[in-house]
Design a protein around this ligand. Structure first.
Ligand code: UDP
Ligand code: MG
Length: 320
């Protein structure tokens, strides 16, 4: 077992060759300012560029730098989990590699921790340099999620946060594959507080979260923390059959008491299209849940590590 340090910083990276050295330097100076022991755990999430090479060089020069190198791209939330698995600090800070989250804020988070908080998350009061589309969809997503779940997930927060070791251990003991770490931290409870910050522009490079990954994360969040979409089926079914029942009386009345029996074709097609549409989308909702249940039952490891650099002791080869 490695000797525990005061603070571990976990940095997930996917094709971040343009930023990683600057990130390292800024992190390093922010952490040196704390006057405590620390480690920086970089997780290379299957980058296809020079990211791993650069971090390996950093590892050689500085043994507070550690690298967990994945066998392929497993996704941001899994990369963060791996970093937490490998970390040993009394507290763990999760931070993006692109300097959108200011490392200088870690000092404020640590100060809150000293006041007795177990989780200190960064709350974005402003997002700079992100597209109109991203801001609107993110704001809508946080609010929709909030209205659907019973877990109180704070709005406008990302994964940038500090967690006490006991919270980190609670999270790493949950081995579910569809991971939405913000939600899991809220679910875990403990004493939580926030520090506010302005989210900067990405330092360099492009977002590694294309629409496809954003949709996956949102679906993971919804399905992991709410079964409301499933309940929509029964509510819709009830409402629609009530409407159908009323319409039946209208039709019968027209048939027996008036001479204007509806020709019917248009309404039949309309109704059939409507119902088929609804049925198919509800099947899709079921599919989202069943697919995830299937993935979980396979019980595969969350990730595979091809190499772990600068970790002393037995954790070298393991791929928990
Ligand atoms: N990331 C990752 N694996 C992925 C996608 C992203 O490890 O498959 C990392 C990325 O390198 C960055 C963080 O997750 O450190 C957040 O990604 P990004 O900044 O591109 O997202 P955005 O800020 O645009 O939402
Ligand atoms: Mg970013």
């Amino acid at each position: 077992m490695q000797q525990a340090c005061f603070l571990s910083v976990v940095v997930p990276m996917y094709n971040e060759e343009e930023v990683i050295e600057v990130t390292y330097r800024r992190l390093k100076s922010a952490l040196d300012g704390l006057g405590e022991t620390y480690e920086i755990v970089f997780v290379n999430d299957g980058s296809r560029d020079r990211t791993a090479k650069i971090v390996r060089a950093l590892c050689e020069a500085d043994d507070t730098v550690k690298l967990v190198d994945f066998s392929r791209n497993f996704g941001h939330q899994i990369a963060v989990t791996a970093g937490m698995d490998y970390s040993s600090g009394r507290m763990v800070v999760l931070i993006d590699a692109d300097l959108q989250d200011p490392p200088e804020l870690i000092a404020d988070m640590v100060a809150k921790w000293r006041e007795g908080y177990d989780v200190v998350y960064g709350k974005r009061i402003e997002r700079k340099g992100e597209s109109w589309f991203k801001k609107v969809t993110a704001a809508a997503f946080y609010r929709l999620l909030r209205s659907m779940t019973s877990v109180n997930i704070p709005v406008d927060t990302g994964d940038f946060r500090l967690m006490d070791r006991k919270v980190c251990d609670a999270l790493t003991s949950m081995r579910e594959r569809s991971r939405f770490i913000r939600g899991m931290v809220s679910w875990a409870g403990f004493k939580q507080d926030s520090v506010e910050y302005v989210r900067d522009e990405r330092f360099a490079g492009e977002t590694k979260y294309p629409l496809r990954k954003m949709i996956k994360l949102s679906l993971d969040a919804m399905t992991s923390f709410s079964t409301k979409p499933l309940k929509i089926a029964s509510v819709l079914g009830f409402v629609l059959s009530a409407v159908g029942f009323v319409y039946l009386f209208v039709v019968l009345y027209q048939h027996f008491f008036t001479s204007t029996t509806t020709q019917g074709w248009t309404s039949l097609v309309a109704i059939s299209l409507l119902f088929h549409g609804i049925t198919l989308s509800l099947l899709g909702v079921l599919g989202e849940y069943i697919g995830r249940t299937y993935e979980e039952t396979k019980g595969r490891p969350l990730y595979l590590v091809s190499e772990a650099v600068n970790f002393s002791g037995a954790s070298e080869e393991s791929d928990r």
